[in-house]
Ligand binder design. Structure first.
Ligand code: APR
Ligand code: ZN
Length: 369
């Protein structure tokens, strides 16, 4: 079939809107009509050419939501008409990782996903007979896409797809980092570095978990108001702190954070995030994605004296199991998605979404089809 897609022909080039060919779903695959997709930093990172695993030409996009149009042979858990969110971290419930019960990092289709193809090794997308790569197993910058059954979370029918698409990445990552990875407890003091869509969602998660102090750290003072609306109790602008930030935060929390979250992807801030944790038990969760090849450092004494460094991908969320519940939380008013959407725009304007992101003017832009 012919579908409309924003194609990334090569790195550093704007996306171009094209009519491309999409083959139907094969065994274990599902054809999904994408209704909306968020534009995330990971898409921009790949498009910038800095991602060593980036492949071109490709159809980017991984924060989408849509409706099942057709299922391939052997697909049992989904049928035509189901509302779904594509998962860049699938959940096969059958691999060593899924069966461990200890992680959300399903490895069932990791290898082919990283190569930009479906699990059988081929692509469903092409343009003028030339193959286009899939991206993160999702390729949501197209009005139709083919996704493996194990990489689709079925959600309730009444959820607005142009909102809940954001649960496909950033918002779930932030909330999940608090609930699944850190397991923040009532009364904990939390410090969040970086108040973009991810950090603001850490704030929401910390509020849900009943945290005491929820301290947001950002160099952009414009983030304060929304942070407070979502549950932040204190805002710290590092540019306005006299002296070092770490002792300032340790003092503010009366000894250090029970949990800190780095939601920027800056290895220097990752160190500050660890070192502002409480001696003896404080845990720092790395949520932001640093550039390829970058390294973190601290003095080992920080760990010897009881601080923990850990990390999370997709907030430790098992997509097929957990996402339907997170959608319920949104529908019940327990979490806020609407205020994190700074603009809706048609897919034709997608390059503007990248411009707004680079200018720091958006939290999330959502493209619709
Ligand atoms: N100190 C404090 N805040 C900073 C600093 C800094 N040195 N540098 C940037 N920030 C703030 C920005 O002002 C912005 O508000 O961090 C925030 C980052 O937000 P976004 O750029 O909107 O990023 P977001 O979508 O939230 O993702 C954050 O998670 O998924 C990953 O790749 C993503 O690494 C990125 C991170
Ligand atoms: Zn698995």
């Amino acid at each position: 079939m012919k579908v409309k897609a924003a194609v990334a022909h090569s790195a550093k080039q704007p996306l171009s809107i094209e009519i491309v060919d999409l083959e139907g779903p094969k065994e274990g695959e599902v054809l999904v009509e994408i209704k909306a997709s968020g534009v995330c930093h990971t898409d921009a990172y790949t498009l910038s050419g800095a991602d060593p695993e980036g492949l071109f030409p490709a159809i980017l996009g991984h924060e989408g939501a849509g409706i099942v149009v057709e299922v391939g042979s052997g697909v049992k858990s989904l049928q035509k008409g189901d509302r779904v969110i594509p998962l860049y971290v699938p959940e096969c419930r059958n691999c060593k990782f899924c069966l461990s019960g200890k992680t959300n990092l399903c490895q069932a289709i990791r290898e082919t996903q990283g190569k930009g193809v479906m699990p059988d090794g081929s692509s469903r997308f092409s343009l003028n007979g030339k193959m286009l790569h899939h991206y993160m197993g999702t390729s949501t910058f197209a009005n139709y896409t083919v996704v493996p059954e194990i990489a689709l979370a079925k959600i309730r029918e009444d959820a607005p797809l142009e909102k809940v698409c954001l649960l496909g990445c950033g918002i779930t990552t932030g909330i999940g980092a608090v609930i699944n990875t850190a397991k923040v407890q009532v009364g904990d003091n939390v410090v969040v570095f970086g108040l973009g869509g991810v950090g603001l969602s850490v704030i929401q998660g910390a509020k849900l978990a009943g945290a005491n102090m929820i301290i947001g750290v950002d160099i952009n003072p414009n983030k304060k108001a929304l942070g407070e609306k979502l549950g932040m109790t204190h805002f710290v602008n590092p540019k306005e702190v006299e002296g070092d930030l770490v002792p300032y935060l340790v003092n503010l929390t009366n000894g250090g954070a029970d949990f800190s979250f780095e939601c920027i992807g800056n290895v220097k801030i990752m160190r500050q995030a660890l070192e502002c944790c409480h001696k003896g038990w404080g845990t720092c969760v790395i949520v932001g994605v640093a550039g390829a090849g970058e390294e973190i450092s601290t003095r080992p004494f920080q760990l010897v004296t009881g601080r923990t460094w850990k990390g999370t991908a997709f907030g430790g969320t098992k997509g097929r199991t957990h996402l339907p519940k997170i959608v319920d939380w949104y529908m019940e008013g327990k979490i806020n998605i609407d205020d994190l959407i700074t603009e809706f725009m048609p897919i034709e304007d997608i390059n503007r979404a990248f411009d707004l992101m680079h200018a720091g003017k958006s939290i999330r832009s959502v493209v619709t089809f």
